[in-house]
Design a protein around this ligand. Sequence first.
Ligand code: ADP
Ligand code: ASP
Ligand code: MG
Length: 403
Amino acid sequence: MNIRVMKFGGTSLATIDHIIFASKKIINMTRNSKVIVVLSAMAGSTNSLVNQIKKINTLDSSESDLVLATGEQISCGLMSIYLNKEGIKSRTWTAWQVPIYTNNEYGKARIENIPKENILESFKYYDVAIVTGFQGISKENKITTLGRGGSDTTAVAMAAAFHAEQCDIFTDVEGVFTANPSIVPNAKKIDYITYEEMLEMASLGAKVLQTRSVELAMKYNITIQVLSSQIDKEGTFVVNDNKKMEKEVVSGISFSKDEAKVTVSGLLDKPGVSAGIFGSLAEANINVDMIVQNISQDGKTANVTFTLPQSELKKAVEVLEKIKNKINFQSLKTDEKVAKVSAIGMGMRSQAGVATKMFRVLGEKNINIQAISTSEIKISVLIDQDYTELAVRSLHSIYGLDI
Ligand code: ADP
Ligand code: ASP
Ligand code: MG
């Protein structure tokens, strides 16, 4: 059986007209395949559910997930009503009906297993299975959600479970661009990008795909195509390293304003201090990213600066205040007005001077670098958030990515 997986994001389902437009693409596909459609909630719907919950309490309970998961149910139902009216045999599937089993981490659950039998059986009678993205069912038999942007992950997981070779992700841009096109007007669409590059771009701030979806695609060797829901045109193919012949030194620039910086000052410069700080943060499940350490001129004390997601800052400060007496530091400073800007490219592995170019252009623009981190295929710098757009555009241009 030939099965296609098509996912539509919230902006592509913003109104009934959008839903009808998307449905027509699905109708075309039913001519030669059975289709699994994965839908997000209509644009803005998940945000307004988040706001409702926040009027009562924080998001961190399993009951929040029940609320958040409702948006997807509406878009799926509306699309199925339209398809059936047009004479296309379609039926809807919520996560518990499929079922999409996840772990119990409400709000950021991971998919563990998707039995195929129910949907396969339904394909005897129906041509389209419309599945709610973003949600799952936990071992405790409760609704979970997969984290914001999670419908991408649902779609790739469905492609993996049903052995589809490709997963088409329809969205409001024509593909993955060399930088966020709403910030960099000169950005261009990338035709092919490797899993590794896409993984870095997504985790460093390009929210066009949820990071987990790229991890899954890489694991199960599924080609993702990111393409426009409005224009009929090939999009970007996210593929294996060996399918992409040309390895640009820098393929794209990402940025994230969701970072926070913490500086712990006046630490005694002796063995075990870093272990004390970062061990305690790790125990609290806090992910630290960039780390810089410097020693005072008299050589006796040290300062440690690190970054972490803004959402974890409050928890991190609580952890550090608790161990203040144990590790003996003088002061703690935090800063949320920072941004992480990154250049990503497979070709960096074999090319020197990429970092120098970055530091030079930021220097010329008078942008101060507060921290640096690198991997084989990316360089990230932390800067003042006010300079984000300037930095992204300058780097995009210096690495020859402008149209
Ligand atoms: P959907 O609702 O379809 O899931 P998203 O808003 O999650 O759409 O993702 C698409 C958006 O991602 C684009 O509108 C764009 O603003 C943003 N984006 C950020 N970085 C990039 C990039 N490098 N290439 C393309 N889009 C990007
Ligand atoms: N509706 C969810 C969100 O807005 C999931 C998704 O759209 O992928 O994050
Ligand atoms: Mg999305």
